[in-house]
Design a protein around this ligand. Structure first.
Ligand SMILES: Nc1ncnc2c1ncn2[C@@H]1O[C@H](COP(=O)(O)OP(=O)(O)O)[C@@H](O)[C@H]1O
Ligand SMILES: O=P(O)(O)O[C@H]1O[C@H](CO)[C@@H](O[C@H]2O[C@H](CO)[C@@H](O)[C@H](O)[C@H]2O)[C@H](O)[C@H]1O
Length: 491
C-alpha cells in the first residue's frame, strides 16, 4: 500500500468523525461525516444488485431482489485502491437478509482479476469510472484486513479483536480461497485463514463461539483461533463478521480423501482401507464432543421436549415437501420415524453444543490426526436455533450421511452398474460402522444403542440435504432422495 493511502485511511480511523458510518437508504448521515463513501455506496448498488445473485454464498437464489438497503458502510482504506466494508440488507419476496461485502475500487482494473469478481465500472460520484470488484481477490486489500486484525483496530461499530498469544504478522498478502464454501475465505501464506461470514445475523456466530471454547480448553482438534472481527448493527448484540484461524498447510480434506478411495472401487486391485481413518475420525468427533460438554451448557430432554424435537423435524419436512414435491410420498413413513422419538427409553437423552453441520469436507486429516472445521451449523437455520444444545448423535448422523454421499458420488452420472452399486454400498456401510465404533471407543455414546434416534436424525439431515441440493446443486438431488427412499423403507 502506498504511504498516501495509508495516511488517508488513518483519517477515517478517527472515532470522532466518520465512524461509525450508518448508511440510510439514501446515505444521508454518511454524506455529512465521511465524504465520498455514501456516494460510493449509492453508485455501487446497481452493480451489486446484478452481481449478488451469481455468488455461491447468496442464499436468496431464485427470488428476485426487491430492494437493497445499506446498513453500515466503513471505509477501511481510501485512495486508489480503496477498501469499503459494507453490510447490506437485501430484500426479496418472502424476506430479507444482511450480507457482508468487501469491495475494492481502483482507477485501473488490476491485471489477473477474474471477470466473475468484477462488479463493473462505477458511474457518478467521486469514484466515477473506477472499477468495483470483490476485494478478497486483491492481495493488497486483504493484507490491509490482516493489519486491522493484527492491531485490533476499531472503526466505530466495527471492531477487530485478537486472542491472547503470539502477535500476528501485519504484512502478509492474502489470496482468496477457491474452496467450494458457504462463506468466503482468504489464506495468508501458510499461516492463517480468514473466513468472512457472508450472511450476517446479530449475535455471536457459533463457529467463533465453539472454536474459541475449544481453543481455550486446549483442544488440538480445531485450528487455533487467532482473531475475529464483529460489528453492532443498530441496537443489536455484536454480529460476528470474520474469524482468523491457523491455516493447516499439510492437511488433506476428508471428502477428497474419501472420494479418492471410492474411485479405486472401479477396478483397483488394492483399494485402500479408509475404515481405519473413519474409525479415527469417529474418535476425534467424540473427543470434540467431550470437550464441548465440559465447557458449555448441557441438559437432558424429557418426553415433552422430545415431542418438540419430533415436531420441529416434521415442520422441516413439511417445508421441504413444499420446495421439493418429490418428497411427498415419503412423508407418512418419515413422520412415523419422527414420532418414535417419544418412545419411553429415549426419555432423558442428553443434549449439548455440537458442530451442527458435520461432513467429510469439514474434517481435515493432518500429520497429527483429524481436525474439525466450520462449527457454524447449517447455514440455512436461524442463528438462535443453531446455538441450541442438541443430541451429540446429530453430528454422528450427519457424518454417516457424508459416507453415503461419497459412495453415491461414484455412481452419479454413469450408466446403471449393479456390481459397482453393490461395492459402493458396501464401502459406505463399512465406513459408517467404523466411524460409529471409533465414536464409541472415543467415549461418545454408542449410536447402535439408539436406533430410533439415529434414524430420525439421519432422516432430518437428509431432508435438509434435499432442500440444499435443490437450491444449490440440483444435479446432486438424487443422492439425498435415494437416502430418503432407503430410510423410509426401514420404518
Ligand atoms: N484452518 C484451515 N486450514 C486449512 N484449510 C482450511 C482451514 N479452514 C478452512 N479450510 C478450507 O476451506 C474450506 C471451507 O472452510 P469452511 O470453514 O468449511 O467454510 P464455509 O463455512 O464457508 O463452508 C474447507 O473445506 C477447507 O478446505
Ligand atoms: O460446508 P458447508 O458449511 O458449506 O455445508 C453445506 O454444503 C455442503 C456441501 O459442500 C453440504 O454437504 C452435503 O454435501 C457433502 C458433499 O459435498 C456431503 O459430504 C455432506 O454429507 C452433505 O450434507 C452441507 O449439507 C451444507 O450445509
Amino acid at each position: 500500500m502506498s504511504e498516501t493511502s495509508r495516511s488517508q485511511a488513518r483519517v477515517h480511523h478517527e472515532p470522532s468523525e466518520g465512524t461509525p458510518v450508518p448508511v440510510g437508504p439514501r446515505g444521508a448521515g454518511l454524506r455529512r461525516t465521511t465524504p465520498g463513501v455514501s456516494e460510493l455506496v449509492q453508485a455501487a448498488l446497481p452493480l451489486i444488485a446484478a452481481w449478488l445473485p451469481g455468488q455461491r454464498w447468496y442464499a436468496g437464489k431464485g427470488r428476485a431482489i426487491t430492494g437493497l438497503t445499506p446498513v453500515l458502510g466503513t471505509p477501511l482504506q481510501v485512495g486508489d485502491p480503496a477498501l469499503l466494508h459494507l453490510l447490506l440488507r437485501v430484500e426479496h419476496a418472502g424476506g430479507g437478509d444482511i450480507y457482508q461485502l468487501l469491495l475494492g475500487t481502483r482507477s485501473q482494473q488490476p491485471p489477473g482479476l477474474a471477470p466473475s469478481t468484477v462488479l463493473g465500472r462505477l458511474s457518478g460520484g467521486p469514484y466515477d469510472g473506477a472499477v468495483l470488484y470483490d476485494a478478497l481477490h486483491d492481495p493488497e486489500l486483504t493484507g490491509r484486513l490482516l493489519e486491522h486484525l493484527a492491531t485490533g483496530d476499531r472503526f466505530g461499530a466495527l471492531a477487530f479483536r485478537r486472542t491472547p498469544g503470539p502477535g500476528l504478522p501485519a504484512n502478509l498478502p492474502g489470496r482468496a480461497s477457491t474452496a467450494e464454501q458457504s462463506n468466503s475465505s482468504v489464506i495468508y501464506g501458510t499461516s492463517f485463514i480468514l473466513k468472512l461470514f457472508r450472511r450476517i445475523s446479530p449475535g455471536t456466530n457459533p463457529d467463533l463461539e465453539l472454536s474459541l471454547a475449544l481453543s481455550r480448553a486446549g483442544s488440538t482438534r480445531i485450528p487455533r483461533v487467532a482473531a475475529w472481527f464483529e460489528s453492532r448493527m443498530e441496537r443489536s448484540e455484536p454480529a460476528t463478521l470474520g474469524l482468523l484461524q491457523r491455516y493447516l498447510p499439510d492437511a488433506e480434506d476428508g471428502w477428497e480423501l474419501a472420494l479418492d478411495q471410492v474411485a479405486r472401487l472401479k477396478g483397483d486391485p488394492s483399494p485402500g482401507n479408509f475404515a481405519i481413518e473413519a474409525h479415527r475420525l469417529g474418535r476425534a468427533t467424540a473427543e470434540v464432543h467431550r470437550v464441548l460438554a465440559r465447557s458449555m451448557p448441557v441438559a437432558r430432554l424429557d418426553r415433552a421436549q422430545l415431542g418438540l424435537l419430533a415436531g420441529a423435524m416434521a415442520d422441516r419436512l413439511d417445508s421441504a415437501v413444499s420446495a421439493v414435491p418429490g418428497l411427498l410420498r415419503y412423508r407418512p413413513a418419515l413422520r412415523t420415524a419422527f414420532r418414535q422419538l417419544t418412545a419411553d427409553h429415549l426419555d432423558g437423552v442428553p443434549v449439548q453444543r455440537i458442530h451442527g453441520d458435520l461432513h467429510l469436507g469439514q474434517a481435515m486429516r493432518t500429520p497429527h490426526g483429524w481436525v474439525l472445521l466450520d462449527f457454524e451449523g447449517e447455514p440455512a437455520k436461524p442463528l438462535a436455533e443453531r446455538r441450541l444444545p442438541q443430541p451429540a448423535l446429530r453430528d454422528v448422523a450427519a457424518m454417516l450421511r457424508s459416507f453415503d454421499y461419497a459412495a453415491a458420488h461414484l455412481l452419479a452420472g454413469g450408466p446403471p452398474d449393479p456390481e459397482l452399486a453393490h461395492l459402493a454400498a458396501a464401502w459406505a456401510a463399512r465406513n459408517r460402522t467404523a466411524y460409529c465404533a471409533g465414536y464409541s471407543a472415543g467415549g461418545g455414546s454408542d449410536p447402535g444403542a439408539s436406533p430410533e434416534l439415529m434414524r430420525a436424525l439421519e432422516i432430518d439431515k437428509a431432508v435438509y440435504e434435499v432442500v440444499y441440493e435443490a437450491r444449490h446443486r440440483p444435479s446432486w438431488l438424487p443422492i439425498p432422495l435415494a437416502a430418503i427412499n432407503r430410510l423410509a423403507l426401514t420404518v
